[in-house]
Design a protein around this ligand. Structure first.
Ligand code: IGP
Length: 389
């Protein structure tokens, strides 16, 4: 996109450190609408990723795609901000109109440092995805999709586990490390862990694929899929581009995570449609009331995850699940027949009972079970009983 500096080319921008964490930039980099460039409708990256198979006369008519093009013509960050999204999709770039100083001066003062870890991850992902897309363009992925084995029913597996055990269906996470907790398990064999989870009664598995921050990989996902594990698999990624959904499908995913703190409504709508097209379930993750309300306004959502961890600050509070399911929101979720997944910070049978009481029919658990020498037995510890039979 004209006028944008690629992250790679920004000298001195390090992903290892973010000295101005939680500090506002010295002066704001936000442009006023008067500074916006003319809207473009021929944004090549987005054009390339639109599957021809999505009918322009879909449920929302041709408008959705037109709106998408219009929206892309605006600065993504501005659109996101208007929906309360604090995460900027990429560093603000380009000199302000009053710019007179040297390059370094501009970088320091334009908010070109990620404001928190989630923003850092997203900016890094932006670079990573553009490189991967360069190597494997969408057209080449589509050929593999035609020959890929069918996906497995992720939502169905959760519902079946819930009715079998009377407890929330378990999505057990294959997680080696995280930025907040460091390395969780030293001798990490993803296939062995996946098998242990399945044996221990997990309904589905979540496989982290982010390498840089979570020490995961798409190879892990693929290996687990090829090892004959029957549980449906969630690809745990930071999705910012529809290309990643196609890639996940090829690597064996049956479901994919979409994070509302990162994706504006129209992106979620668009990506949910792509998931349907590819036979994947979409787990749409929220952390606060505003995100929940946005997501409840989107048609066709079957699975909502409530993350008890704030991905900007790492704070974990399991009462977040309860808070977001109270009153009218809980009612609406019930009417829409949406399955809610309680995510993060669940360690004991009491924790599981607490989120179940709040209304979840599934839980997503990593740390407490992956740390056990036998992660399958860790599941029995988590639920207070053997759920494998
Ligand atoms: O290890 P925990 O606290 O049980 O959390 C698992 C899972 O909820 C967490 O890994 C997670 C939830 N949402 C995410 C988004 C990205 C990366 C990771 C996550």
């Amino acid at each position: 996109m004209e006028g944008l500096i690629s992250l790679k080319s920004i000298p001195g921008l390090s992903f290892q450190s973010f000295p101005s964490f939680n500090q506002p930039p010295k002066f704001s980099a936000r442009r006023s609408s008067m500074d916006l460039p003319p809207r473009r409708s021929n944004f090549p990256a987005i054009r390339a990723q639109q599957p021809e198979t999505i009918s322009p006369k879909g449920e929302e008519g041709g408008d959705a795609l037109k709106v998408k093009e219009w929206e892309v013509g605006m600065f993504q960050n501005e659109v996101a901000e208007s929906q309360g999204i604090r995460i900027r999709r990429r560093p603000p770039t380009g000199p302000p109109l009053h710019y007179v100083g040297p390059f370094e001066f501009r970088l320091q003062n334009e908010g070109n440092t990620p404001r928190n870890i989630l923003e850092e991850i997203i900016w890094n992902k932006d670079v990573e995805v553009s490189q991967m897309k360069g190597k494997k363009p969408l057209a080449s992925l589509k050929k593999f999709i035609d020959n890929a084995p069918p996906t497995r029913d992720f939502v169905g597996a959760l519902k079946a586990a819930h009715s079998r055990t009377g407890l929330p269906g378990l999505i057990a996470e294959v997680k080696k490390a995280s930025p907040s907790r460091g390395i969780l398990r030293e001798n990490f064999d993803p296939v062995e862990i996946a098998r242990a989870y399945e044996k221990g009664g997990a309904a589905c598995l979540s496989v982290l694929t982010d390498e840089k921050y979570f020490k995961g990989s798409f190879e892990n996902l693929e290996a687990i899929r090829n090892a004959g594990v029957k549980c449906p698999l969630l690809c745990k990624e930071f999705v910012i581009d529809a290309w990643q959904i196609y890639y996940a499908r090829i690597k064996g995913a049956d479901a994919i995570l979409l994070i509302a703190a990162v994706l504006p409504d129209l992106d979620i709508r668009y990506m949910v449609k792509i998931c349907k097209l590819l036979g994947l379930a979409a787990l749409v993750e929220v952390h606060d009331e505003r995100e929940m309300d946005r997501v409840l306004g989107i048609e066709g959502i079957e699975l909502i995850g409530i993350n008890n961890r704030n991905l900007e600050t790492f704070e974990v509070d399991i009462s977040n699940t309860k808070k977001l399911l109270e009153g009218e929101r809980g009612q609406l979720i019930h009417e829409k027949d949406i399955i809610v997944v309680g995510e993060s910070g669940l360690f004991t049978p009491d924790h599981v009972a607490y989120v179940q009481e709040a209304g979840v029919k599934a839980v997503l658990v990593g740390e407490s079970i992956v740390k056990q020498s036998d992660p399958g037995k860790g599941i029995a510890g988590l639920f207070g009983k053997d759920i494998s039979v």
